[in-house]
Design a protein around this ligand. Structure first.
Ligand SMILES: CC(C)(COP(=O)(O)OP(=O)(O)OC[C@H]1O[C@@H](n2cnc3c(N)ncnc32)[C@H](O)[C@@H]1OP(=O)(O)O)[C@@H](O)C(=O)NCCC(=O)NCCS
Length: 164
């Protein structure tokens, strides 16, 4: 577990799933159901003691005062990774928790061999775009009217991912 201010970050477990599904439903217009989140806890490749696996799923949760307040989900295959989810409970935003979850996930995937991290973000999602730009993500594409409500998606990439 890594500590950042009052946030404790570590891998998600089965005990987190109900809370994560609740946060998904509260935060995202197309929330992932509990079963989809549960699938992210399964190992995606066999690993050895000495070498990282060829692929990982990384679901990190952040806890503050005993409550799960945010999470981040990455997939990695060899040297390419994708950030699929990053969210902080609305009442815990603006305290650096989103940045801490993003940094913790990037550190982990880079240590397993990722050299690039891709993501999609709503073109009107100013808070998230500022956060990603602060980390050095740059635009690599645009999907017009990608989301169900008609918003465009920006495709961002961080490459190379700076070492911690
Ligand atoms: C995006 C999100 C995870 C940020 O979480 P957070 O804990 O509030 O973020 P932090 O406190 O770590 O802020 C980090 C940076 O984000 C940016 N940021 C955060 N809130 C912002 C806001 N309301 N307006 C503009 N920039 C903002 C700033 O660049 C900030 O850096 P600074 O502190 O140097 O100004 C959170 O707003 C969230 O859960 N949003 C809903 C889910 C979502 O849209 N996820 C991204 C999907 S791709």
């Amino acid at each position: 577990m890594a500590l950042s201010d009052q946030l404790t970050i570590g891998p998600a477990s089965v005990d987190d799933l109900d809370r994560l599904a609740e946060l998904e439903a509260a935060i995202f217009p197309s929330p992932w159901p509990r079963d989809a989140l549960a699938a992210e806890l399964l190992p995606s490749a066999t690993s050895s003691e000495t070498e990282p696996p060829a692929a990982d799923r990384l679901l990190l949760v952040g806890r503050s005062t005993g409550e799960t307040v945010g999470y981040a989900l990455f997939h990695r295959v060899l040297d390419e990774a994708e950030l699929l989810r990053l969210a902080v409970s609305p009442s815990f935003r603006g305290r650096g928790f989103g940045a801490a979850l993003l940094a913790a996930g990037l550190n982990r995937i880079v240590s397993h061999g990722a050299r690039a991290c891709h993501l999609e973000v709503g073109a009107e999602n100013t808070a998230a775009i500022h956060l990603y730009e602060r980390f050095g993500f740059v635009e690599e594409g645009l999907r017009k009217a990608y989301y169900r409500h008609g918003e465009d998606a920006l495709l961002l990439v961080l490459q190379p991912i700076p070492a911690a």
